[in-house]
Design a protein around this ligand. Sequence first.
Ligand SMILES: O=P(O)(O)O[C@H]1O[C@H](CO)[C@@H](O)[C@H]1O
Ligand SMILES: O=c1cc[nH]c(=O)[nH]1
Length: 334
Amino acid sequence: MKCDCDYILPTKGGWEHHYDNCISKWHSKAQYPKNEDGSIRLTNKNLMKMHQDFIYHLGLDTATYDLKAMFGDVKFVCMGGTKYRMKEFAKHMAKVLNIKDFEAKNLSKHSHRYAMYKVGPIISVNHGIGISSMTILLQEILKVLYYAKAKNPIIFRIGTSGGLKIPPGSIVISSWGLNGTLEKTYDLPVLGEIRKLPSVFDKRLIQELMSMVTEGDGFNTYSGGTMAADDFYRGQARLDGPFCDYTEEDKLAFLRKLSALGVRNIEMEATAFAAMTREAGVRAADVCVTLLDRLNGDQVTPDKELLLKFQERPMILVGRYIAKYYENNLHLIK
Ligand SMILES: O=P(O)(O)O[C@H]1O[C@H](CO)[C@@H](O)[C@H]1O
Ligand SMILES: O=c1cc[nH]c(=O)[nH]1
């Protein structure tokens, strides 16, 4: 049965369609719920009945903080695993946008969970490791953007990953996320039932980002599928975890199968990141550097200096995109 949902890209050879029920059931309600002014329209009516909302993991709330004054001008949210990377990204963007006297102040320091910085129209925030840590942060960011009435925000994840058949240090811009059972969905149990949320990224944003690539970059940038594993070790077919009950041949056969399906890299958030941003009607892109070619090994061996250099690459590309956006509009930055 063919699904009528435009959330799904055409399937590649060999794909089975698993979405027959879920699309119409869960996604007919969630097609780009935006207000006319571009602000997010969250579909949860309970939010409107609440006098005060404690956004617990960010250490913010709607009564003590004027979220509109703090975040109403936000145009871009950039997230990535580590606090260090996101502080560096905030500093990088201050330079790129020529924002003088930028002070990297952690706006969510009361929560002791995540670190969030604001530089001009950009929130730079870390999300920790894996889907559950990332989705808590993402959902709270979506609520902040909603209360702040931020207009047409775009969300980027700037991350790291393991590559498949591409040189370490390459960038992959994800077209879709693939879960651990090789479906293009984020599977979330809700009230005892699995919901399968399609995990496809905004095609136009991918093209716009690809147009930012220059010959002088010194590294390759690809777009392609991204597997989001629920584990760093067995979940990514590694041989070097504390547990392993398959052979090296099994591992390589699996990685080659992923590659044949169009997967270019493996990380731990892409499915949920694609699915939740889509559900909120927010454009988003997952831009990751590869730290190694998984066909050649499992251990992440580059030294600290090279790892940091690799991690700058998604920052450079996304920074260029944001700079382009403000090319003739620097006056819009408060
Ligand atoms: O570098 P970040 O953004 O944390 O992303 C990748 O690195 C972590 C694992 O080391 C996972 O979160 C994976 O998705
Ligand atoms: O192999 C890798 C490297 C970084 N992050 C991952 O999730 N996997």
